[in-house]
Design a protein around this ligand. Structure first.
Ligand code: G6P
Length: 372
């Protein structure tokens, strides 16, 4: 009913709007006054965590994409090697694990069969398993050595939104906690990240107030044959997530690519008018990354693409090559996925609606895949 949807047309729109709250709830009580991380629910001793020399992150669908984002941050903060793998691949191969391997199993529902089987596979080899999960008492946290709950609240729409951003937050908290207990001296950068994490609910709320042009753009794009998504660094998994949302909801061909791979294949897909969505990292910070992507935008536009650029406020370098610019507040590179994914969610939702699809219950998909 309309009341259940809180006045929104779809559960998905309601859940997109709940993201600032979901992030705040997932952070609550986990960042101390002094910028330290406290994770009470992680039932692994500090000694266990100090001994970790390798991390696998496993998940399916959107949860896998959240894990990919996490890799960039955890390796950067902890210097522990991180591999991210689809649970359905991990479970059927011989990953190299032992008791000093940490496996982070990400799942909104806690009941995804492939992820359950992958975590059992990891436990057989004595790895420590930490669940990042949104559902209290579900199978994945019950079978894990520890759990860090995302507090996104119930997610009804099949396409995951608020679970995704809270999964990133949770994996980041794990990464910061590992850095802390392993005695890696907090650099100014990490201290700044802790402050900026606290500011993310407001940043996401700000993005949500500027979505009207995205809705208009969605109606414009609803007749397209395909949409491509490009990104670098953490913008790459955001591109994968943007494409996944569009496939799930709009039944449109959509692919996410690492922008550096363009010339190794994807650029041949560019034709007159093909929409290409590009997320641009901050020009402050990693400026090399920023400049590279600006030239990628230039390259696809020169071949006829219609460029839809997601860039932070004040980034004027993208303007000459952007057919549409969607602005997000200034943020540091590692936190950018939390804001840049929002317009991609809205875009997919509104394109699906414009095409007359069932936004909350897309064809052939299930919220929780409990069978093989
Ligand atoms: C299904 C859902 C996706 C979800 C994936 C993993 O495919 O439709 O939205 O990302 O399962 O689910 P999980 O509950 O394990 O996060």
């Amino acid at each position: 009913s309309a009341a259940e949807k809180g006045g929104y047309d779809y559960f998905m729109l309601k859940e997109i709007a709940e993201q600032p709250q979901a992030i705040a709830d997932t952070l609550r009580g986990r960042l101390t006054e002094h910028g330290e991380i406290s994770l009470d629910e992680v039932r692994l001793s500090d000694q266990d965590l100090r001994d970790i020399d390798k991390i696998f992150v496993i998940g399916c669908g959107t949860s896998y994409n959240a894990g990919l984002v996490g890799k960039y941050a955890i390796e950067h903060w902890t210097r522990i090697p991180v591999e991210v793998e689809l649970a359905s691949e991990f479970r059927y191969r011989d990953p190299v694990l032992d008791r000093s391997t940490l496996v982070i199993a990400i799942s909104q529902s806690g009941e995804t069969m492939d992820t359950i089987m992958a975590l059992r596979h990891a436990k057989e080899q004595k790895a420590r398993v930490l669940a990042v999960c949104n559902t209290n008492g579900s199978t994945i946290p019950r079978e894990s050595d520890g759990v860090l709950y995302t507090h996104a609240g119930p997610e009804i729409a099949v396409a995951s939104t608020k679970a995704f951003v809270t999964q990133i937050i949770a994996v980041y908290l794990v990464g910061l906690h590992l850095a802390q207990i392993r005695g890696i001296k907090y650099s100014d950068e990490v201290a700044a990240i802790v402050d900026q994490l606290k500011a993310t609910p407001d940043a996401v709320a700000e993005v949500l107030t500027t979505m009207e042009p995205v809705r208009k753009l969605a109606r414009d794009l609803s007749g397209s044959q395909q949409v491509l998504f490009l990104g670098r660094h953490v913008g790459f998994p955001v591109a994968l997530e943007g494409a996944l949302k569009l496939k799930e909801l709009a039944y449109m061909h959509a692919e996410g690519f690492a922008a550096g791979e363009l010339k190794h294949g994807p650029i041949s897909l560019i034709d007159d008018g093909v929409p290409v969505v590009i997320t641009v990292p901050s020009p402050r910070g990693r400026s090399l990354l920023h400049d590279k992507i600006v030239s990628n935008i230039q390259e696809v536009r020169a071949r006829g693409a219609r460029t839809i650029v997601i860039a932070e406020e004040g980034d004027h370098a993208v303007e000459p090559y952007a057919d549409h610019i969607i602005r997000v507040p200034r943020t540091t590179t590692l936190l950018a996925p939390l804001t840049t994914v929002v317009p991609l969610q809205v875009l997919a939702c509104e394109i699906a609606a414009a095409r007359g699809n069932d936004v909350d219950q897309p064809r052939n998909l299930a919220k929780s895949v409990t069978v093989e």
